[in-house]
Design a protein around this ligand. Sequence first.
Ligand SMILES: [Zn+2]
Length: 322
Amino acid sequence: MAYGKDIYSNILEEYDEKRALAERKADAFNDALCSRSPEYAAITKRLSGIGVRLLLAGRSADKEAKIADIRRETEELRARRIEILESLGYKEEDADVHYECAECSDTGYTDNGICICLKRRLAEKQLEASGLGTLCRRCGFDNFSLKYYNDTPETRAHMEKVLEAAKKYAAGFDPAESRSLLFIGGTGLGKTHICAAIAKEVAYGGSTVLYTGAQAMFNDFSNERFRNGYAASELTDKYFSVDLLIIDDLGAEAINQFSVSCLYDLINTRLVKGKPVIINTNFDGAALREKYADRITSRLFGEYAVFPFKGKDIRAQKLMDI
Ligand SMILES: [Zn+2]
């Protein structure tokens, strides 16, 4: 799945605007200097014509001598321009255009392709659109604290391994190769935090991520069925096409035959296509088996890497933090 067309074109518009703004600011600065110093104005005008003069000189018979003359004059003009700027209390770079990104001059592209700044902006927008904006601002690997897992040494050691595995998964995420994961454990054990941290890193790496509560996803399937019969539509295509799908809180939703069949279809289709999913559930294996058909749980426990989350409810522990 590529970035949504809207996201991409909105960001490019954003880039056009910030580039134009930076250029307007530099123009305004130079205009003000030109009105303060006629010599600065004359030099600026002369320098702006250099490109054309070089082009014409390149076509003349004695081009080497002419080009050398123009280059010498350019050096002198630039040096004089700096003197004037300094006499007015400025530095040479004050007259430059100040782009937010020096790598791409706010175009979003460099000679090597898409600039890192545009990649980050796309990831941010994508996370906002995928419902992870707020969560990802609060939750990353950097602020996942293991201090809440100290109830036993075994719990602590186990959760250290889970955290390491999650970091490794996120850093090496490949939409065609990465496995699907099943995070199991009671409420408040950090499953959502780890999911958000993975999502953030995966999005910054350039892959698309969609985060959804199980109930909201089933609502989409059910609304689509109501509107279109069983035809595919934009309401649910995203669950099949996104690089990484994260389903939060599986098991909390009301289920019926239809939702079980949608879930099976989704899990199976993504497995067949090799597209990873991360599922969070507060249910244990037995409860999941009781709630969903065997054909679903056999895939979850047979094909997904299962990570049990251990410990005591972090939210309750945080309340006691002073
Ligand atoms: Zn850039």
